[in-house]
Design a protein around this ligand. Structure first.
Ligand SMILES: Cc1cc2nc3c(=O)[nH]c(=O)nc-3n(C[C@H](O)[C@H](O)[C@H](O)COP(=O)(O)O)c2cc1C
Length: 342
């Protein structure tokens, strides 16, 4: 097994079998509550959770975040994630395609997804910032994105992870320019995401000014990628305080949502999303869609695909209940639901 395959497998194993969450930091969503609406003036059965993701209609404002690919077990994981996403009609992120740029023998673990989902759901590829900074990587990346029939790409910004990864590559000079030239080259939408340390207002402004289509905040409060890499890194020089480095998810949403007044883009909330309340509150704070990674892979590996499907179905039903109790007919109305800081 090559070293990237081994790393991808380690990531799944650590996230499933150990507690890789932030230790003292939370999403901050729990600091808010909805104001109960005793006069909702709607019938429960008339409520619709249908939503849009990059102009495609989906069943709920929820997606499975980019996770894996590139090792033997990833074929089965991606196959099951694809079946779940396609059954539920929600978007799916493919794991980082970096390994596929170097090793065509692992392409199946990525391309299998489209065979299952067909044209039903939005499917987005994934690549790291460091790769995107190298213009020479663009043609092979475009070719593998084509092979996956991706509808969009998510570029991940992960300076904290690269810094702590034993084999990491903390070379971030030229990343913004690299994203800008990729936005011009790629004919489909470009999403930019973090991986659990969050995107600030200043970073969001720079990304929106170069024309990205969507920002996924991937804030702190869920999986800590510092935690994952510190667990793989026996270098004692690293300080444990970095485990909890990052901007809580709710703060990212609050900082970035006001750009909706000046820029056309979609805002995605992820990082520590676990409950229907987290989903609904993220929407009420200004997100268009909400992503989940860690809790989905844990459920899939520990409880199987049927239980994971049921878990996500229950999340959507409970979002609908919150919509009823806030008088929200649809997701656009949920965005306007009255909330308060506790
Ligand atoms: C097993 C696993 C693998 C991941 N691999 C990737 C990846 O390849 N590319 C990426 O952008 N993010 C990756 N992530 C990060 C997630 O997409 C997400 O941004 C982050 O885990 C925070 O969400 P969470 O708290 O719901 O896990 C991965 C997450 C998990 C749990």
């Amino acid at each position: 097994m090559n070293h990237i395959s081994k790393r991808k497998q380690d990531h799944v194993d650590l996230c499933v079998n150990h507690n890789m969450n932030h230790k003292s930091k939370t999403t901050g969503l729990e600091c808010y509550e909805f104001i109960h609406n005793a006069l909702p003036e709607i019938n429960y059965e008339d409520i619709s959770t249908a939503s849009f993701f990059l102009n495609k209609e989906i069943a709920a404002p929820l997606f499975i975040s980019s996770m894996t690919g590139g090792f033997k077990g990833a074929i089965s994981i991606n196959q099951q994630l694809a079946e779940i996403a396609s059954t539920l009609n929600i978007p799916l992120g493919i794991g980082s395609l970096r390994i596929a740029l170097h090793d065509s023998s692992v392409h199946d673990s990525f391309t299998i997804i489209k065979h299952i989902v067909g044209d039903t759901i939005p499917l987005f590829g994934n690549i790291g910032a460091a790769e995107i900074a190298q213009n020479s990587n663009h043609p092979p990346l475009l070719s593998i994105l084509d092979k996956c029939y991706a509808d969009a790409i998510a570029i991940h910004l992960n300076p904290l992870q690269e810094l702590l990864q034993p084999e990491g590559n903390p070379q971030f000079k030229g990343v913004l320019h690299g994203i800008e030239s990729f936005v011009k080259l790629y004919e489909k939408p470009v999403i930019v995401k973090e991986v659990g340390a969050g995107i600030s207002m200043n970073v969001a402004r720079k990304l929106l000014d170069i024309g990205v289509s969507a920002i996924d905040v991937a804030g702190a409060g869920g999986t800590s990628w510092a935690g994952v890499e510190l667990s793989r890194n026996s270098d004692a020089k690293f300080d444990d305080y970095l485990w909890d480095w990052g901007i809580p998810t709710s703060e990212c949403i609050e900082m970035i949502a006001p750009f909706k007044n000046t820029h056309a883009f979609e805002l995605y909330a992820s990082g520590g999303i676990q409950s229907a309340f987290d989903i609904a509150m993220s929407i009420a704070l200004g997100a268009d869609s909400v992503g989940m990674a860690g809790s989905i892979i844990k459920s899939l590996m520990n409880d199987g695909n049927q239980a994971t499907l049921t878990m996500i179905e229950n999340l959507i039903i409970n979002v609908k209940r919150i919509m009823f109790l806030t008088g929200s007919h649809n997701i656009e109305q949920l965005k306007l639901a009255t909330i308060k800081k506790k």
